[in-house]
Design a binder for this molecule. Structure first.
Ligand SMILES: Nc1ncnc2c1ncn2[C@@H]1O[C@H](COP(=O)(O)OP(=O)(O)O)[C@@H](O)[C@H]1O
Ligand SMILES: [Mg+2]
Length: 381
């Protein structure tokens, strides 16, 4: 668990109940896996309450006055809309964190707080070592223009501008000269596969193509951090799958740190390094897809993931048991293979266990046939 040194300046103004809740909140099992020591984005005890009628306290003051972190019901009863409650997350460099949850569970608000499009009511956000909530307007504009790309569901293209001019728009805002703008815009247009459409207007493009323009536009500034709020939700299922493939291809090249929102579990499973599952403003579990389906942290997550075909999610490497003595005989199984992909072997090869090999061929453990069959078929009745 990596907790970056927190800024005391911001902490001093943080509500007491919230500060004490920081360590208790539901956070991830561990960092991002690959041992990236310092998270790119880190939030602690993040809250956002909307509203409160005119006579009520500001959400900030109301939160500060609580002795214990308020429940969803308490916040509602006091007249606030509790959109984000006590969320703590670390997102590692190059990681794709997918935020999932039903409509209204707080996904958009959380991600908007992380980019300060929405001001949080309490908590701490550190982005590449900078205390985001302490930045003044200029600092904020600078960090957004230099580091953060955003893509929304509704494309939000400028209708009277061509593809080229839409993509070049953020560079224009940044004051880059015309030639440099054009070069960079053409480059990202090529990257998203829209070569030849530079002079088209948005209305002349399909939904999928429009979203590609949105993606190209957000990439134009070369952001390190990419926030995508249901970017493919408005697209037809087939186009959506294509866009997911395209997106994975892009990410394999670009290696950005990504927070991707979706309410579609299949999409989350295809894209995520880790998934954060939200309910009523809180994060119920942050974990790898494998662990979310194998070890749901709450009843809610269990119910949420019930319908998922676990064999298509769980990888052999996740079930690996330590090698005790000599490896079992037989052709090694790839750690990255899903149990579903191993189904035939599990049926045909009745050895008690199989060796598992990493990508480079080294043996890393064994796979128990019984455990793998449990994942494939469900536990024995
Ligand atoms: N600007 C706002 N003012 C008041 N309530 C809002 C506002 N934006 C969102 N909410 C409320 O906050 C909760 C979380 O919304 P949102 O973050 O949009 O959820 P999601 O993206 O998961 O659908 C919902 O109850 C929603 O109605
Ligand atoms: Mg939303």
């Amino acid at each position: 668990m990596t907790v970056p040194p927190s800024s005391t300046a911001d902490r001093a103004s943080a509500p007491s109940a919230v500060a004490s809740a920081v360590s208790a909140s539901a956070a991830s099992e561990s960092g991002s896996g690959e041992g990236s020591a310092v998270p790119v984005i880190s939030c602690r005890g993040l809250w956002k309450l909307y509203g409160g009628d005119a006579s009520a306290d500001s959400p900030e003051r109301w939160l500060a006055a609580r002795e214990a972190p308020p429940s969803h019901e308490q916040a509602l009863a006091a007249g606030y809309v509790p959109a984000v409650r006590d969320v703590s997350l670390d997102i590692g460099r190059g990681e794709m964190l997918v935020v999932m949850g039903l409509s209204g569970s707080g996904k958009s608000t959380l991600v908007r707080c992380l980019s300060r499009l929405v001001e949080a009511s309490a908590g701490e956000i550190v982005v590449e070592g900078q205390d985001l909530r302490a930045l003044d307007e200029r600092g904020l504009i600078e960090i957004r223009r230099s580091k953060m790309g955003m893509v929304f569901q509704n494309f939000a293209l400028l209708p009277h501008r061509t593809v080229l001019d839409n993509v070049a728009y953020p560079l224009e805002m940044r004051g880059q000269d015309r030639h440099a703008r054009r070069e960079r815009a053409l480059e990202v247009i090529r990257l998203v596969g829209l070569e030849g459409r530079e002079e088209h207007f948005p209305r002349e493009l399909s939904g999928g193509q429009q979203q590609r323009v949105g993606i190209a536009r957000s990439l134009a500034i070369e952001p390190d951090i990419w926030f995508l709020d249901e970017p493919f939700s408005a697209l037809d299922p087939l186009i959506r799958r294509d866009m997911q493939d395209e997106f994975l291809r892009l990410q394999a090249m670009l290696g950005k740190t990504i927070v991707f929102i979706t309410h579609d579990f299949d999409e989350a499973l295809r894209l995520a390094d880790r998934i954060a599952i939200m309910k009523d403003g809180t994060v119920e579990q942050v974990d790898t897809p494998d662990r979310i389906v194998l070890a749901p942290a709450t009843d809610y997550v269990r119910r949420f993931t019930e319908e998922i075909d676990r064999a298509r999610v769980v990888h052999a490497g996740t079930l690996a048991e330590a090698l005790a003595g000599a490896a079992p005989a037989g052709e090694p199984i790839a750690a990255g293979a899903t149990i579903h992909a191993l189904a035939r072997r599990l049926v045909d090869d009745t050895a008690a266990s199989y060796p598992i090999a990493a990508g480079d061929g080294t043996l890393i453990g064994t796979l128990s046939r019984e455990r793998a069959l449990d994942v494939l078929l469900g536990p024995r009745p």
